[in-house]
Design a protein around this ligand. Structure first.
Ligand SMILES: Nc1nc2c(ncn2[C@@H]2O[C@H](COP(=O)(O)OP(=O)(O)OP(=O)(O)O)[C@@H](O)[C@H]2O)c(=O)[nH]1
Ligand SMILES: [Mg+2]
Length: 463
C-alpha cells in the first residue's frame, strides 16, 4: 500500500465530478408505486436524482483523498457511445478543468474502456468512473489478507482493459486516486499477460483463504448458535450497533466504507439465547458488479445468516433510496427474501429536529411513520444513545426462535449444483459419497427446506 503516501507532500488531488441524467432511464419512473427495479440505475432513477448521486460521488471522492473543485451534469436522451456525455458538453467541462487545474475527472457512471480513452484525450487528464473510485477506497481500507486479495482481484479485472498512457505515466510519477492497491499497481504497467497470471494466482490464493474461513466458521457453529448479519447502506451505523450490542471494538467512523472486513461477536439475548452477530462491508448504489463478485467470500456471512438486521440511517434524506439499493445488492448475492429486522437507526437525530426531512417531505416523523408502516417489524433505535435497544433485543429473540433444523438428504451425484448450494447455505455435519446417491446430514434454516424438499429423506425435528 505505498501509493497513498506518494501524494503526501503534494497538494490534494483536485477532482471534477460529472453526472448524467438520461431520459430513457427516467421514462418509466414517473408514477409513484413503481416497483423498485433490481438494476442499480433504475433504482437511482426512481429514488435518487442526479444531484443526490453527485453529492454522494463527492463524498466518495473526499473519502479517497480528493478535493472537489467543481461538478457538472447533462440531461440527454441516452449515453453518447464515444464520450458518454455529449462531445460539446465534454469540451465545455474540459475548459473549466484546465482553468481550475483539475487533476482527475470522475464520472458518476461506469464508462467503457473506449469512452475513458476518448475522454482522456478531450480532458487531457486522468479519467475515473464511480466504479474505479469505489475500488480505490476499498483498496485503502482493506486490512486482512483476504480483503486485500479480493480488492486486488476486482481492481485488476476492472482496470486491465482501461490501461492507457495516463495510468502508466501517473503511476510512475505519483500515486493518487485510482492507483492504489497491492502489487497490482506495479503489474498494471507491465504486460497484460503478467496481469492475467496474477489474477489467476490471486484466485487460487483466495480459494485457500476461503477454505480456511469455512473451517473457522464450522468451528464457531459447532455450538449451533444462529447467525445474524448486520447489513445496510454505508455509514448507516452498522459497526456502532455491533459495538453497542456486544461491546466489540469495531472502528465506527463518519466516512463511507469504514468497515471492509467482517467481524463476528457472540451476543447473549436477555432470554439467554446466544446468537452470532456479524458486521460487514456496507453497500452503496451502483456497487460495481465485479466488486460484489470479488467480495463473495466476505459476503458469505450474509448469505448464510439465519436473520438479517438491516440498519437504516433515518436521518439521511435519501433513506428510502438507500433501502432499495441495499435490497438490490442482497438479491444479487442470493440473500434476498431472508427474514429481516429493519433497524431504523439514528433516531436521536430526528428527536433533536435533525435534517431528516426524508424524501417524501412531511418532516422527520413522516419518514419514521412511513417506514414503520412499510416494515411492520421495524424497530427504531439510536445506536449511540441506546434508545430502543431493549426492543431490538426482544425482536431478535422472537425472530430467532425458529432455528435451523437438522435434516438428512440423498442427492444423486449428478446434481452437483444442489450439492454446492447445500454447502453454501447449510452446515454439513456428515457426508458420504458412496452408493448411488450422496448422503448428507445438514442443518439448514427452515426457509430453505422447500428448496431441498425433493432430496430430504428424514426431517429430524427436535434433534
Ligand atoms: N447521531 C447518531 N449517530 C450515529 C448513530 N449510529 C451511528 N452513528 C454515527 O454514524 C457514523 C457511521 O457509523 P458506523 O457505525 O461507522 O457506520 P457503518 O454502517 O458501520 O459504516 P461503514 O462501515 O462505513 O459502511 C459514525 O460517525 C457514528 O458515530 C446514531 O444512532 N445516532
Ligand atoms: Mg462499519
Amino acid at each position: 500500500m505505498k501509493a497513498l503516501i506518494e501524494t503526501r507532500n503534494t497538494r490534494p488531488e483536485r477532482v471534477f465530478l460529472v453526472g448524467a441524467e438520461f431520459k430513457s432511464r427516467n421514462g418509466a419512473a414517473s408514477g409513484a408505486g413503481v416497483p423498485p427495479a433490481r438494476d442499480g440505475q433504475a433504482v437511482r432513477s426512481t429514488l435518487c436524482s442526479v444531484r443526490d448521486s453527485l453529492a454522494e460521488l463527492g463524498e466518495l471522492a473526499v473519502t479517497a483523498g480528493g478535493e472537489v473543485v467543481g461538478d457538472g451534469f447533462q440531461k440527454l436522451e441516452a449515453p453518447t457511445p464515444a464520450t458518454f456525455i455529449g462531445k460539446g458538453k465534454a469540451e465545455e467541462f474540459a475548459g473549466f478543468c484546465r482553468r481550475h487545474e483539475v487533476d482527475t475527472v470522475i464520472f458518476d457512471d461506469e464508462l467503457s474502456p473506449a469512452q475513458s480513452r476518448t475522454l482522456e484525450e478531450i480532458f487531457n487528464c486522468k479519467i475515473l468512473d464511480r466504479t474505479s473510485l469505489i475500488l480505490d477506497i476499498f483498496a485503502q481500507r482493506a486490512r486482512t489478507r483476504e480483503g486485500k486479495l479480493q480488492i486486488e482481484l476486482a481492481q485488476l479485472q476492472h482496470l486491465l482493459p482501461r490501461l492507457t498512457r495516463f495510468w502508466g505515466h501517473l503511476s510512475r510519477q505519483r500515486g493518487g486516486i485510482g492507483m492504489r492497491g497491492g502489487e497490482g499497481e506495479m503489474q498494471l504497467e507491465t504486460d497484460r499477460r503478467r496481469v492475467q497470471d496474477r489474477i489467476a494466482r490471486i484466485a487460487r490464493e483466495l480459494e485457500l483463504v476461503r477454505q480456511q474461513r469455512g473451517i473457522q466458521r464450522n468451528a464457531r457453529q459447532r455450538n449451533n448458535w444462529p447467525l445474524a448479519s448486520i447489513v445496510g447502506y454505508t455509514n448507516a451505523g452498522k459497526s456502532t450497533l455491533l459495538n453497542a450490542l456486544t461491546g466489540a471494538n469495531v472502528l465506527a467512523e463518519d466516512v463511507l466504507f469504514a468497515t471492509l472486513d467482517p467481524t463476528t461477536r457472540r451476543l447473549r439475548l436477555p432470554t439467554n439465547q446466544n446468537v452470532l452477530l456479524t458486521d460487514t462491508v456496507g453497500f452503496i448504489r451502483k456497487l460495481p458488479h465485479g466488486l460484489v463478485e470479488a467480495f463473495k467470500a466476505t459476503l458469505e456471512e450474509v448469505v448464510q445468516a439465519d436473520l438479517l438486521l438491516h440498519v437504516v440511517d433515518l436521518s439521511h434524506p435519501q433513506v428510502e433510496g438507500q433501502i432499495e439499493a441495499v435490497n438490490a445488492v442482497l438479491a444479487e448475492i442470493g440473500a434476498g427474501g431472508k427474514p429481516t429486522i429493519m433497524v431504523l437507526n439514528k433516531l436521536d437525530r430526528l428527536n433533536h429536529g435533525g435534517s431528516g426531512a426524508g424524501a417524501g417531505g412531511n418532516g422527520a416523523n413522516g419518514i419514521l411513520n412511513r417506514l414503520q408502516e412499510n416494515h411492520p417489524h421495524a424497530v427504531a433505535i439510536s445506536a449511540t444513545t441506546g434508545e430502543g435497544i431493549p426492543t431490538l433485543l426482544a425482536e431478535l429473540g422472537t425472530q430467532l426462535r425458529p432455528k435451523r433444523e437438522f435434516v438428512e438428504l440423498r442427492v444423486p451425484h449428478g446434481q452437483s449444483a444442489v450439492i454446492a448450494r447445500l454447502h453454501q447455505v447449510g452446515q454439513v455435519i456428515e457426508s458420504s459419497y458412496r452408493g448411488p446417491k450422496a448422503r448428507f446430514k445438514v442443518r439448514i434454516p427452515p426457509y430453505y427446506h422447500d428448496e431441498f424438499a425433493p432430496f430430504i429423506v428424514h426431517d429430524g425435528h427436535g434433534s
